[in-house]
Design a protein around this ligand. Structure first.
Ligand code: MN
Length: 429
């Protein structure tokens, strides 16, 4: 189904040891070669970005059957909506152009100078015009931890949880690219013994370590996607920080679920790693008991082994501290099940929809993917390097998440998604 390129092939573009971006990865993003220049598509290789708009203009991707100007758009949507076959051909052609022994680009000094831009000169943009954003709740460990905190050990998992991938419709307009500052949200909260709510900056601002996938192509309204066909609709993956205001969430969430606690910002990493690139890291997803209903049963329960880390850097600390090491493979519900469940009503998903996993917590304390869990509702603060502590995020704090795959000498990654908290802006009266 997915063509696997030879991971041993090297590029003429230098790739530093330990880079997330060897020739094999080739993740897609949208960048400007310098501030103020128009956004266009690129792939990352080592510490460079290959400008795909120039490569396409030069006719070097003609064999992929791309409509003219596919990579000159300020979004990847036009590329993502092409048949999987064309996208795969483009990846193979780009890989071929960057190979060490391929002279076409290597020996074309003029094109090479313009098309290979050092990554520290570029400005990254949101890679996709995100049409709709859905957030799941697919980590059994996370759902159990939150359930224990709010309902007690006996009723930790809600009765539906083992039967369907729980989710909610999020807000696409506030999905931002890594590096965007996050303004602390204001909202209604209620103090434990208070009779009435008050309004002001959230005091329990949190992170959620997630990954998300971008949808490719469209199913018509009324036409569900079978679970075993779902993989063809997944373009690639990013690391997601789904910022959350726990105090706002606690007061507002019943009976319809999260609203303002989640709608102020969701950050994503700028490079979309394709499913083709991830295939060497495919592994079995956790066994499911009880067996799900037939429309959610997969012939092959595939997920990916992606090691995830979260670093917190507080302004008063001596440096960053790693607060979580988790893995995408822990998730109980797979991406294919999420997509099949989302569309089982006939709901139409389209190119550029973002479907995020929900917080990815692992089995032990060091692998919890939110501050809510790491500090157990603030009762076990994180010690900062050089003194001080954190229960939830303070103004000026920076959170950076990263994802890496490694197997049999092949290593690739997602880069990072980072964001810093700015003080709240209160609405006028
Ligand atoms: Mn979330």
């Amino acid at each position: 189904m997915h063509a696997i390129l030879d991971p041993a092939v090297k590029s003429f573009v230098p790739v530093p040891d330990g880079s997330h971006f060897p020739l094999y990865n080739l993740p897609y993003g949208i960048f400007s070669p310098a501030a103020g220049e128009s956004p266009r598509a690129g792939v990352r290789i080592g510490d460079h970005v290959l400008d795909l708009s120039l490569v396409e203009d030069a006719g070097l991707l003609d064999g992929a059957g791309l409509p003219r100007g596919t990579f000159s758009q300020p979004w990847l949507n036009r590329f993502m909506e092409l048949p999987a076959e064309n996208r795969r051909l483009a990846r193979i052609l780009i890989h071929g152009l960057l190979r060490q022994e391929e002279p076409t680009l290597r020996d074309n000094a003029g094109l090479r100078r313009r098309a290979l831009v050092p990554v520290d000169e570029v400005v990254m943009h949101l890679p996709v015009m995100i049409r709709d954003y859905t957030d799941f709740y697919s980590s059994r460990e996370h759902a159990t931890n939150v359930g224990i905190m709010f309902r007690g050990k006996e009723n930790a998992l809600m009765p539906n949880w083992l039967h369907l991938p729980v989710g909610y419709h999020g807000r696409a307009s506030s999905v931002v690219v890594s590096g965007t500052d996050i303004v602390r949200p204001c909202g209604q909260t209620i103090a434990p013994d208070a009779e009435a709510p008050s309004f002001g900056p959230s005091r329990l601002l949190d992170i959620e370590l997630e990954m998300g996938f971008l949808v490719a192509g469209e199913n018509a309204l009324g036409a569900p996607v079978p679970v075993d066909e779902a993989w063809d609709r997944i373009f690639g993956m990013v690391v997601v920080n789904d910022w959350s205001a726990r105090d706002i969430q606690k007061w507002e969430y019943q009976p319809l679920g999260p609203f303002n606690a989640k709608n102020f910002a969701t950050s994503i990493s700028p490079w979309i790693v394709t499913i083709d690139a991830l295939m060497p890291f495919a592994c079995a997803a956790p066994a499911q008991d009880p067996e799900p209903l037939p429309y959610l049963r997969e012939k092959e329960r595939r997920t990916f082994d992606i090691a995830l880390t979260v670093d917190l850097e507080a302004p008063e600390a001596d440096g960053p501290v790693t607060i979580c090491e988790s893995n995408f493979r822990y998730l109980y519900w797979t991406m294919a099940q999420q997509l099949a469940h989302h569309t089982c009503t006939g709901c139409n998903l389209g190119t550029g929809d973002l479907l995020a996993s929900g917080t990815i917590s692992g089995p032990d304390k060091g692998s919890f993917g939110s501050l809510l869990e790491i500090t157990w509702r603030g009762s076990e603060p994180i010690a900062l390097p050089g003194g001080g502590q954190r229960k939830f995020l303070a103004d000026g704090d920076r959170v950076t998440m990263s994802g890496v795959c490694a197997k049999d000498g092949l290593r690739l990654g997602f880069g990072e998604v980072t964001g810093r908290i700015l003080p709240a802006v209160e609405p006028g009266q």
